[in-house]
Design a protein around this ligand. Structure first.
Ligand code: UD1
Ligand code: CA
Length: 483
């Protein structure tokens, strides 16, 4: 019995520390002048907080991540539900120190906590890991990540014990800095590592005796120093990583940085992007090697593009999957659609949700598709609407064809089987099926199913009145002569 107890004590003393990540995201974001929570504003195509959480999830599992939320908590929770992280409610935003006070119960099972700011999304997993290792190596109670900024305005300044010492005696917020301290360029990034037991032993010493009447987490540096606990700063070499987004202007700076970084990543992976500053490519987009992106292209959401494609100017592609060797001509708009290898789309095509363009198929100028499958090698090249349509292989859809899928109350399906030929300016009134290998004569209105291998004509027979125009002109000349 005694032996068992001894063994368990020993194993617990050598086990690695349990580490949690807390992300502070409960603030109002007053400086944005927005009715939406700051952390849900999007940069790089997704909410700021989603970037921070994705980074945190590369360091610890989502079950060890705690997002501290408050302002519009339900919306924030809903937007991040699928990340699998935990949420802690801070009912009133009474400061960054208060955010950690309310997380006491959630964090108490851990040995260390890394604290991130939900509004500073450029931090990398490597830097978080380095912060943790530095904290452990220094045997510190609190470690903060600092950076040298050319313009430190607005940030808390780091007061070191001496210029060369890693030890910090306090952090002073912008509103409290003396003229002398204003000259300090080393800022507090808002990222920290803490010993959890020490944090909660001393957090009660924070006060609201400051310009905002809030509990500042930054004051823990001075609190720990008074208690003779070690506080150190680790300076990052990349000051860009710590930038926060308190104003719209700062947010747009971060957006531009993220997008440029995304382009650089794609360039290094073998994608050509002409004039990358003009392209808008979201963080989660994937593109294969030797694909060429022309200027002024937007690739959004979870879009995935194969290799050897050419995406030409002014195309806007969202949540779509494109195979290899596809050409998307200028001005194409695509949402929630799939395009198979070697297809050609555009110029000026609009692929609405549920469009599936088959291998080698063509969709041309001013063609709109919705919930439509266009089979291998089929073509719809000009001025056409295809909605709720299933089109087989090797079909030619003539210019100006329209599927009439809506009867005013319900949507109906059109089926065009393999090898059919739809003459120009035809209307196909759904539900209707055009059989395999059939022809529809130009300008037909088709209301009934067409069996395979037939010709369907659905239009008025042509009448010709010979001499009619000449007679009309003669009549007009007589009237004119009479005055
Ligand atoms: C904070 C730091 C400052 C640092 C800067 C770095 C404090 C007092 N100051 O200032 O030293 O240089 O970050 O970006 O911490 N939040 C809550 N609950 C609250 C208040 C804030 O969760 O009650 C969240 C916010 O949503 C935000 C983060 O904490 O994501 C930081 O708060 P913010 O008000 O932006 O602090 P800063 O003024 O930027
Ligand atoms: Ca901030």
């Amino acid at each position: 019995m005694a032996k068992t107890t001894h063994t368990s004590t020993k194993s617990s003393s050598i086990r690695p520390p349990r580490v949690a990540i807390a992300v502070m995201a409960a603030g109002k974001g007053t400086r944005l002048k927005s009715k939406h929570p700051k952390v849900l504003h999007e940069i790089g195509g997704k909410p700021i907080l989603a970037h921070v959480i994705a980074t945190a999830a590369k360091v610890v599992p989502p079950s060890d991540i705690f997002a501290i939320i408050g302002h519009e908590a339900d919306r924030v929770r809903a937007a991040l539900a699928e990340t699998g992280v935990n949420f802690v409610l801070q009912p009133e935003p009474r400061g960054t120190g208060h955010a950690l006070m309310v997380a006491r119960e959630a964090l108490s099972p851990y040995d260390q906590v890394i604290v991130l700011s939900g509004d500073a999304p450029l931090i990398t997993p490597e830097t978080i890991q380095r912060l943790r290792d530095f904290h452990t190596g220094q045997k510190a109670t609190m470690t903060l990540l600092s950076a040298d900024l050319a313009n430190p305005f607005g940030y808390g300044r780091v007061l070191r014990k001496s210029a060369k010492s890693p030890e910090v005696r306090a952090i002073v917020e912008e509103k409290a800095v003396t003229p002398q301290q204003k000259k300090i360029h080393e800022i507090n990034s808002g990222f920290y590592a803490f010993s959890v037991p020490a944090l909660y032993e001393h957090i009660g010493s924070l006060s609201t005796d400051n310009a905002h009447h809030e509990y500042y987490l930054t004051d823990m540096a001075a609190v720990f120093c008074r208690a003779r606990k070690k506080v150190v700063a680790m300076k990052t070499s990349d000051a860009g990583e710590v930038l926060g987004s308190n104003t719209r202007a700062e947010m747009m700076d971060l957006d531009a940085l993220l997008r440029l970084a995304k382009c650089q990543q794609l360039l290094s992976e073998g994608v050509t992007i002409f004039y990358p500053q003009s392209c808008v490519i979201d963080s989660d987009v994937e593109i294969g090697a030797d694909t060429v992106i022309e200027p002024f292209v937007q690739l959004l959401g979870k879009t995935k593009i194969g290799g050897d494609c050419r995406i030409r100017s002014y195309s806007v592609i969202r949540n779509s999957e494109i195979g290899d060797n596809v050409t998307v001509n200028p001005g194409t708009i695509m949402d929630d659609s799939r395009v198979a290898a070697s297809a050609i789309v555009g110029p000026y095509s609009r692929l609405r949700p549920g469009s599936e363009i088959g291998e080698g198929a063509h969709v041309g100028n001013f063609v709109e598709t919705k919930k439509t499958k266009l089979g291998k090698g089929s073509k719809a090249n000009h001025l056409t609407y295809l909605g709720d349509t299933e089109i087989g292989e090797g079909v030619n859809v003539g210019a100006g064809t329209i599927t009439c899928n809506y009867d005013g109350a319900n949507k109906h399906k059109t089926v065009i089987e393999d090898g059919a030929f739809i003459g120009s300016d035809s209307t196909l009134v759904a539900p209707v099926t055009i059989g395999r290998g059939s022809y529809v004569a130009a300008s037909s209105c088709i209301t009934e199913d067409v069996p395979a291998d037939s010709l369907a004509l659905g239009r008025a027979r042509q009448t010709v009145k010979e001499g009619w125009a000449a007679a009309k002109r003669a009549n007009q000349a007589v009237l004119k002569a009479k005055g």
